[in-house]
Design a protein around this ligand. Structure first.
Ligand code: UD1
Length: 417
């Protein structure tokens, strides 16, 4: 399996074009099955998760063409409504296809998303919400079959937690129906807004995206459109964490201020200087961050759970002690033991991690255990003295496009072997 070999301690200088958002691209690719004309998506990141989405779309009978960052999907000949277990296993977020397939075929069959690297990731909110809208479920042998052949009911759904995945599934199942579905306590993430914007361009009637209460007025059918995927705020945070431990100046191209809602404060505390202009975000850092005090992961607009690991890697190098509270997922500290191999001082109790910054982080052989935790090891390797080998980078490649190339172009010594 491929690995990154990093010789740390190089300053970073130059420009990085921020990729399209993984967490937008995946639900929008799934949503393409609802459209009765061709959909063309631009700025679609070239990562293994989008490859998996494309495999699923082709399995379902859609024609999909990729030309660099542009992907076109034509679902007119879609004929299947199931996703085989092997494809579901490749990508946990394939559960978002459940709502999309239901919306198109009025029935869907998906296998239960199996064991996952972030601890239990239940889908009870997805199921109870769709059931409230009239979907009927049957479960057995690790498979969920659901049907909306009796129609979607007009309904009000109050989510117990503003789940991103459940909000997406509700939107996708409701958007082509005869009913109106209202969702309170809906997820407000920018990726939800991007999905709603894409669907509205295709003729959907979704209002309230990003505001907490969503109104989805069903329409008969959706047409095609062209859409540009929003920039990836977690990729931006990862490069910012890297700059913070390496020092130097970077221009992050293509990101919007929205990308940094929830994380700007942490980077400000770290001492990073940041300035927006029409080119993008100009950031500079001296290579020894200040502590970030308290990071509590929360639904948007709070600090994103996906940014916790890269920012923790940064705080390993900081002057002083930082405290992290992971409120979204259990088992989202699997990078901690690997960071400790590199000399980091991190103490975990339940959902709290206390990080005592150190100047003695040194290269080691470490193993990525999940996507963002893997990226955190790359950040640590870039800041550490000596050579770091990050194994199992297939996790990292699920979400980061050309990570080693982007970092290499701005002065990092990193190669993929
Ligand atoms: C979550 C993140 C999202 C991130 C993605 C990948 C939040 C709110 N969501 O989205 O930003 O990009 O992971 O890392 O930060 N839950 C249930 N039942 C359900 C669904 C969820 O109990 O049916 C719980 C989960 O166990 C977890 C929390 O809700 O504690 C997060 O849920 P959700 O937003 O649905 O997760 P993802 O959609 O995977």
């Amino acid at each position: 399996m491929a690995e990154y070999v990093i010789n740390g301690g190089r300053r970073l200088n130059g420009c990085i074009e921020i990729q399209g958002a993984k967490n937008s691209a995946l639900p929008i690719l799934a949503a393409a099955v609802l459209c009765r004309e061709e959909v063309i998506l631009h700025n679609c990141p070239i990562i293994s998760d989008t490859d998996t989405c494309i495999k699923i779309l082709r399995y379902l009978g859609c024609s999909v063409y990729r030309d660099g960052h542009t992907v076109s999907v034509d679902s007119r000949n879609m004929y299947r409504y199931d996703i085989p277990a092997e494809l579901m296993r490749e990508m946990r977020s394939s559960i978002v296809f459940m709502g999309a397939i239901l919306g198109r075929m009025k029935k869907a069959e998906v296998s239960l998303p199996g064991g996952c690297e972030l601890g239990p990731r239940p889908i009870d909110l997805h199921i109870s919400s769709l059931a409230r809208m009239g979907a009927e479920f049957e479960e057995g042998h690790g498979t969920i079959s659901c049907s909306t052949e009796k129609g979607i009911h007009s309904s009000e759904i109050n989510l117990a937690f503003p789940s991103v995945g459940a909000t997406e599934n509700i939107i996708l199942a409701a958007v082509c129906s005869d009913s109106t579905v209202t969702v309170t306590n809906a997820a407000k993430e920018p990726e939800i807004c991007d999905l709603a914007e894409f669907l509205n361009k295709c003729g959907a009637r979704i209002t309230g995206a990003g505001e907490g209460t969503l109104y989805i007025e069903g329409v008969k059918s959706l047409s095609g459109t062209q859409h540009i995927i929003i920039p990836d705020r977690i990729a931006a945070v990862t490069y910012m964490s890297a700059l913070s431990v390496c020092g130097g100046r970077l221009l992050l191209k293509g990101i919007s201020p929205l990308c940094l809602r929830g994380t700007a404060n942490a980077f400000e505390q770290s001492g990073m200087l940041a300035d927006y202009d029409k080119e993008g975000l100009h950031i500079s850092a001296d290579g020894v961050p200040e502590r970030v005090r308290l990071v509590r992961t929360m639904p948007y607009p709070g600090f994103p759970t996906d940014a916790q690991a890269p920012v923790m890697a940064m705080s390993c190098f900081a002057r002083g002690t930082s405290v992290f509270v992971e409120n979204i997922f259990e088992s989202r500290y699997r990078h901690v033991s690997e960071l400790c191999r590199m000399g980091a001082n991190i103490y975990v109790q339940g959902k709290v991690a206390v990080v005592e910054g150190s100047r003695d982080i040194s290269g080691a052989t470490v193993e990525a255990k999940d996507l963002r935790g893997g990226a955190a090891l790359v950040v640590a390797g870039l800041g550490a003295g000596g050579r770091t080998v990050v194994k199992n980078i297939n996790y990292i490649e699920r979400g980061y496009e050309a990570l080693e190339e982007n970092l290499g172009n701005v002065g990092a010594d990193i190669i993929k072997m």
